[in-house]
Design a protein around this ligand. Sequence first.
Ligand code: EPZ
Length: 422
Amino acid sequence: MDSILVTGNGPLNGQIPIAGAKNACLTLMPATLLSEEPLTLTNAPRLSDIKTMTALLQSLGAEVSALQDGQVIAMSSHDLTSQTADYDIVRKMRASNLVLGPLLARFGQAVVSLPGGCAIGARPMDLHVEGLEALGAEIELKDGYLHAKAPGGLKGAVHEMRFASVGATENIVMAATLAKGTTVLKNAAREPEIVDLVECLRKMGAQISGEGTSTIEIQGVDCLHGATHQVVTDRIELGTYMLAPAICGGEVELLGGRMSLVSSFVEKLEAAGVSVSETEKGLKVARKNGRVRAVDVVTEPFPGFPTDLQAQMMALMCTAEGTSVLEERIFENRFMHAPELTRMGAQIEVHGGTATVTGVEQLKGAPVMATDLRASVSLILAGLAAEGETTVSRVYHLDRGYEHVVRKLEGVGAKIERIKGE
Ligand code: EPZ
């Protein structure tokens, strides 16, 4: 297994290009199942999760080709041969469950493995099931698989979700595009990735309004046609790299960044003493004078502070002046980066869903282990600011969600290299 060696090397300066959003691409790809005409995505990120979704769609009989070094994904679901998403693929990536709604809508049946838990939590699918059952689906759990059917087709309905689940919103919206009649989804998730999905579905002929608000209305249509869609910028990669000059000092321009994608995160950065400004190419982030100030963070559904930036923000708070309290309200076990940061001299106390961080003057490099996707990059950020060398092991987690990390950080002056493992 490869590892990444980071050596603290002072302030960072330059530009970092931000890729298309992993979490948008992972819901846009299953949308191809809704139509027998081709769907093409541009600005796609080159990530192992995208490869996993590709393999899943191909296992269903879809044609999926990665063109232009993976930045374009050309798909066709004209001749599907299966409606079963096997456990061996779904267990690797929870987002595989996003084929459930489209398969049910187009074919009236689907068999999708439950993803099982993952490092950050149990991650059940009850909200997906409740929403699809509201549209008339009959779903039963057998041998770890959800067996879903809608023999007479799905029917529009008014449904309020108990929690604004991102994935459940995506599954229900995709299913509703081909249901008979109108669906009103209340307490819908508002993430930019859902707005991007709806914009793509609209290009395919879907009739949807309200995306980005808590109420999304979908008028079912008989069929959807093909389209070409550009994947929205990845706000989590954006926020992650905004923290690099924040934790090291210096000034970095994030190409393709937009303030609207990260507004609550920017509020916290500015409160900590980091300056963020819009340029015509993206966002410029600078920290000139000394340590940042400690700020408190509570993770919430969009537009609140993103849970996917909590681990990275904790790394910054480990170097801040003062004490910060980070409350993780979305997942039940998303502080696994804390003991690894502690090995670097951080002072962190975790009690249930709350971590209290007392900033230290200087973190010290150490060998640490990545436990999940966002924890891996949190450790790299800490290593950039630490004195001496930090080796982050198990970087396969990193490859799921960040393309060319070494190249992007080297480009702004970081001392970082990937060490080939056995
Ligand atoms: C999406 O996961 C993202 N993944 C996650 O990003 C992100 O952390 C999460 O949304 C929250 O923003 C993709 O988009 C592929 P949820 P998702 O359904 O859809 C509970 C990353 O690092 N829940 O909003 O699975 C669930 O257990 C990943 O890129 C139920 O209880 O998130 C969790 O505690 C990590 N029942 C909370 O809701 C359900 O049926 C949020 O889950 C569904 C979810």
